[in-house]
Design a binder for this molecule. Structure first.
Ligand code: PHE
Length: 454
């Protein structure tokens, strides 16, 4: 029997599932890490410009391709441009989906462990949290265990399908997530010495802007919004006819950006308050925050424990709503291309991600010295996807919608078949056809040629 492809049942479901995909470790873990490494406010400003001018047009283009084709990201190009090589854009997306999910699950696994640690109270009391984190990630099998657990949770939700798995979970979790974030911001900005962190976040120093900073900001914008690898092509293939593509994309960008900035307001005031270096790298969130909770609640440890549980739970939930969307890129493709059941497709993707994820996880410990192009598996997968495949995929998707698809079809999708007008249609198309592809190419060239030195 042929399985139904599935669809999102409500308008809110559409926005929350897409925002659930966008909001994740990218906002709460990767954004502060990258901001810390790239000098603070100036990086954030460039990031915001890229979100608006590059990632948003790519997102709208993905929505157009997905809903118009109602197919997975490879099939979408095959359907809309049969007999042409455009489907390669989709293939790169599916492969990237595996890579992203693999390294992402490693960090999500750490988060799961820290959630347990905070529930058992093991994170309260004074410790050297840098040491605690290092011991954990370099441990031969403990991170692997949590990696497996996380992938299993993702697997179960994806296996349940679009409406009762993905949509239901996102709808429940996203509001809870926003609530926890706001609570933590209030706690963080009221810490002693928080002012220095606020300056770091709000006062741009353009002397720190190098091609590498610009390149990283572009990677972060694509990663954070889940664009460029067909994730949102896949999700939008489940949208219904009433969904307004441009306003949904704007809502998703807005929610995602808000969460990232709020995460900055949680992390940096506390980083400076505790005296940790802001460029501490991937461990930033795992080293500074336990410190913070302990310091802030010296006299009421139980309250510190509660905040700690809330934070890691928040990170975990955000990670799950994103990991299911990465999983779905490849699951939808395998299911529809090889005509297998959703269950079987889900298992195939999970099994591959376990293998790749284990490689990434071991690259912090026993495989520390296994380097490819000077990077371990984790760093390599992060670099390849966020800084390479996603922006390149973004160029592909924009060129496809801007130059290959029929103008009429694009307009129909954006206006819901003439049901409403599309404000700034001309400007949007100009960005999709010219600005986004040209700017992404320029940022690449700028980085490759190292203009200005980095
Ligand atoms: N946008 C997600 C985050 O911020 C990560 C992601 C990347 C999700 C690519 C799907 C596809 O965490």
């Amino acid at each position: 029997m042929k399985e139904d492809r599935g669809h999102f049942a409500s308008k809110l479901g559409v926005v929350l599932a897409s925002a659930g995909s966008a909001v994740g470790l990218g906002n709460i873990w990767r954004f502060p890490t990258e901001t810390g490494k790239n000098g603070g406010a100036a990086f954030i400003l460039i990031y915001l410009i890229f979100v608006l001018f590059l990632a948003l047009p790519v997102m709208v283009s993905e929505f157009v391709v997905g809903r118009h084709s109602r197919a997975n990201t490879v099939e979408a190009y095959r359907k809309l441009a049969p007999g042409t090589p455009w489907f390669v854009v989709g293939i790169i997306g599916v492969l990237s989906g595996f890579l992203v999910l693999s390294f992402y699950s490693v960090v999500a696994g750490w988060t799961l462990d820290y959630t347990f640690l905070s529930i058992t109270g093991a994170l309260s009391g004074s410790h050297d949290f840098g040491e605690v984190f290092n011991c954990f990630v370099t441990h031969p099998y403990r991170p692997l265990l949590f990696l497996l657990m996380f992938l299993f949770i993702t697997h179960v939700i994806v296996a349940r399908g679009v409406e009762s798995g993905i949509e239901k979970f996102s709808k429940m979790m996203m509001p809870l997530l926003l609530f926890i974030i706001i609570l933590l911001v209030v706690l963080s900005v009221t810490m002693p010495g928080a002012g220095e962190g606020l300056t770091f976040l709000l006062q741009p120093d353009f002397g720190k802007v190098t091609p590498k900073v610009v390149f990283s900001a572009m990677g972060q914008a694509f990663f954070s919004l889940s664009v460029g690898i067909g994730c949102l092509v896949t999700y939008s293939s489940y949208f219904n006819k009433q969904t307004r593509l441009v306003s949904s994309a704007m809502n998703v960008c807005l929610i995602d950006t808000m969460v990232a900035i709020l995460a900055g307001f949680i992390i940096f005031p506390t980083v400076f308050s505790v005296g940790v270096q802001p460029d501490a790298g991937p461990g930033l969130v795992f080293v500074t925050l336990p410190n913070v909770f302990n310091m802030a609640f010296k006299d009421a440890m139980w309250l510190g424990d509660i905040f700690s549980i809330l934070f890691y739970l928040l990170l975990l939930l955000a990670a799950i709503t994103s990991s299911i969307s990465m999983h779905e890129i490849s699951t939808a493709y395998i299911r529809e291309h090889f005509h297998v059941s959703r269950r079987r497709a889900t298992w195939i993707v999970t099994a591959c991600c376990i293998v790749l994820g284990v490689c990434c996880s071991l690259s912090f410990g026993p495989w520390r010295d296994v380097l490819i192009f000077g990077m371990g598996f984790f760093d390599l997968f992060d670099f390849l996807t966020a800084k390479f495949f996603m922006p390149l995929g973004g160029i592909g998707i924009c060129l496809f919608v801007g130059w290959k698809m029929k103008k009429r079809d694009v307009y129909d999708e954006l206006s819901n078949w003439g049901l409403h007008s599309v404000p700034l249609y001309g400007v949007l198309m100009f960005f999709i056809r010219f600005v986004a592809p040209a700017c992404i190419t320029l940022v690449f060239l700028n980085e490759l040629l190292g203009i200005g030195g980095s």
